[in-house]
Design a protein around this ligand. Structure first.
Ligand code: BG6
Length: 489
């Protein structure tokens, strides 16, 4: 009998992923407080240059707070999942999802982070979402914090720079575990935990011009320390409160290749990768890696730590490692004169052997296999791909359908790479959630036109449209993959 070429474990969790701030909308409805994401304006910048996209000052904040309804703040409307969740979940179920990764918006649970009591309307919304998922036997995988620090945390505490953020976050987490524990077994603490050094506003609520008393980079390391403590405390609390809970960390799995075989290009690559691993190292091993402590010392920075912090980190290590993966690029010891490629919150040297998406991200299925092996060898923990996908400009054809063969191709090749990592390389991979299973507002560009979904949402970058949902060709293709557990590609 012919051996099956691509196979997956029987209980492999196929599904899709989104984040509250990119889909919910209803930014000031149901007792929700404002988040920093509600303050990010739409900017026309062409192909993504993340430094321009993420630039944000106190002046921008002031403008956002005085904005009129005509001003374009795309995260405020999302795709109106708040009012469409039943229809959307029904479509996820039709594709056969086993798991749905979503995030909870802290400001929907506590209108202001300092409030003594949670917002019951916000809790009821998520309960309804979880009940709806249960109806279709879809397992929720929930991120506690996906790039949306509450506005009051930014205004009163300078975001995660203040140690008080830990207690406020723990109060929020406790409510989530108490009220949603009966529905949710799989949890993630912070999305792309390595990202604060690249975009401090959305990850940590840190606005550079608010830090005149301390070097901004030192403030970022301090805020990162607080997130590490909060993450460890949340892992421990979750496992105490929810029997059988599995709690993971979440990293941006950037993957760099040496641009040439010159030793200095190799060294530059290794150092770049370490800078991405350094915080996940803490979440997995329960202590600062020596190279990170040295890096902070050498810069002359002092991170304020409490006496019990080392113990907290040790007691709050994660059960599994999850990550986003979109692309790869290269590193060189000397980048002068080399073409650079934009990417998922980071730039690298352009790889001449790889194709690029319309946004310049270099797509690379083999890089996914390499990443899986690297992560498994480093951490020896089960892995979960919680983001992977292709942002493209889809068009509704005259037949009213959306034909997206490029997305199907991307998906097929990445599924093959996963299967090889599992079956040939011995990686323990729990599941795969395609990013933006339904079109949503892009994190870096805030465009609707950068679409990831299997489901098209009729809305443009300016909020014009019916919000109607249309199945793309990739919808049926993903359904077929799930039905055949990855065999029919
Ligand atoms: C990840 C984020 O970095 O990449 C998501 O966790 C984001 O929130 C995704 O949407 C894709 O990036 P973008 O900028 O195309 O939306």
């Amino acid at each position: 009998m012919k051996e099956k070429r691509y196979t997956f474990p029987k209980d492999f969790m196929w599904g899709g992923a989104t984040a509250a701030n990119q889909i919910e909308g209803a930014w000031n409805i149901g007792g929700k407080g404002m988040t920093i994401e509600d303050c990010l304006p739409y900017r026309e910048v062409g192909v993504a240059d993340f430094t321009k996209q993420f630039a944000f000052s106190s002046k921008d904040l002031e403008t956002a707070l005085n904005a009129s309804p005509e001003d374009n703040y795309p995260k405020r409307r999302g795709i109106d999942f708040y009012n469409h969740y039943k229809e959307d979940i029904r479509m996820f179920a039709e594709m056969g999802f086993k798991v749905y990764r979503m995030s909870i918006c802290w400001s929907r649970i506590f209108t202001n982070p300092e409030d003594l009591n949670p917002n019951e309307e916000g809790i009821a919304f998520y309960e309804d979402v979880f009940k709806e998922l249960k109806k279709y036997n879809i397992e929720p995988l929930v991120t506690l914090s996906h790039y949306d620090p509450p506005l009051d945390l930014v205004l009163k505490y300078r975001g995660w720079y203040s140690r008080e953020a830990i207690d406020l976050f723990m109060k929020y987490s406790k409510v989530c575990f108490e009220r949603f524990g009966k529905y949710v077994k799989y949890w993630l603490t912070f999305n792309e935990v390595d990202a604060m050094l690249r975009h401090p506003v959305t990850s940590g609520g840190l606005i550079e011009d608010q830090f005149t008393d301390v070097p901004f980079e030192e403030a970022i390391y301090q805020a990162m320390h607080h997130q590490m403590i909060a993450s460890a405390l949340a892992v421990k609390l979750c496992k105490e409160m929810i029997p059988g809970a599995q709690v993971g960390c979440m990293m941006t799995k950037l993957c760099f290749y040496p641009f040439t075989c010159k030793p200095e290009d190799n060294l530059a690559t290794q150092q770049r990768m370490r800078s991405i691993y350094r915080y996940v190292d803490i979440q997995v091993f329960g202590e600062y890696p020596r190279y990170l402590s040295m890096e902070i010392d050498k810069k002359g920075y002092t991170i304020k730590k409490d006496a019990e912090d080392d113990k907290i980190l040790k007691e709050g290590t994660v059960d599994f490692v999850s990550f986003s993966y979109y692309m790869t690029s290269c590193m060189a010891g000397n980048t002068e004169g080399l073409d650079m490629a934009p990417g998922n919150t980071v730039n690298g040297v352009k790889n001449p052997y790889l194709p690029s998406s319309e946004w310049g991200w270099q797509t690379d299925p083999t890089g996914l296999r390499i990443s899986l092996v690297e992560l498994y060898d480093r951490y020896r923990k089960p892995l979960f791909i919680v983001e992977n996908g292709l942002g493209a400009r889809d068009i509704v054809s005259e037949d009213g359908k959306v034909h997206d063969p490029y997305r199907i191709e991307y998906l097929r090749e990445h599924v093959k790479a996963m299967s090889d990592a599992i079956n040939k390389d011995g990686v323990d991979l729990w599941g795969y959630t395609w990013w933006g299973c339904i079109d949503l507002v892009s994190e870096s560009t805030r465009q609707m036109s950068k679409r990831y979904g299997f489901i098209y949402v009729d809305m443009d970058d300016y909020g014009n449209g019916t919000f109607n949902r249309i199945k793309k060709d990739s919808f049926d293709y993903y359904k077929q993959i799930i039905e055949s557990n990855g065999e029919k590609l």
